[in-house]
Ligand binder design. Structure first.
Ligand code: C2G
Length: 131
């Protein structure tokens, strides 16, 4: 059972998120998604439109997603990888290199982002605040 993990806010869910989750799941048999809590998003300087519980509920409905756990800080990844017996850590390549320290614990893969879409672009196009 090859176990994969990925992290994110997954606000205003769009095709870029789904393509990331689909490709992440294809790398193994089980995908855990670690979703930023509203409090952690504030630390990231982001304010999600959709509250954590709803972002979790939405992700749990996606066929590529097997488990959803909270991301509450920047420093939990090594422990998450060990505790969840993770084989592969996956992120979009806007994060390329940022999590290479995990290579001591699991495979680290950065996947090309989906061009032309982002939660920020959606907010801008809708005339919403982007932060
Ligand atoms: N993504 C993508 N293509 C897009 C937009 C996003 O592949 N057009 C990917 C990102 O690279 C990321 C995932 O979808 O791997 C989730 O994106 P965000 O919700 O924006 O996540 P982020 O705020 O970058 O949080 O500890 C890591 C952070 O929690 C990552």
């Amino acid at each position: 059972m090859k176990r994969v993990i990925t992290y994110g806010t997954f606000d205003l869910l769009h095709k870029g998120h789904i393509r990331l989750l689909k490709r992440a799941k294809a790398l193994g048999d089980h995908l855990t998604v670690c979703v930023s809590t509203d409090e952690f998003n504030a630390e990231k300087g982001k304010k999600a439109y959709t509250p954590y519980e709803d972002r979790k509920y939405i992700l749990q409905a996606i066929k590529y997603v097997d488990e959803v756990i909270p991301e509450t800080n920047w420093d939990q990844k090594i422990n998450d990888v060990i505790e969840n017996n993770i084989d592969v850590f996956v992120m979009g390549d806007d994060w390329k290199g940022k999590f290479d320290f995990l290579k001591d614990y699991c495979e680290v893969i950065y996947l090309p982002r989906t061009e032309g879409i982002s939660s920020t672009k959606i907010r801008q196009d809708l005339g919403m605040k982007t932060k």
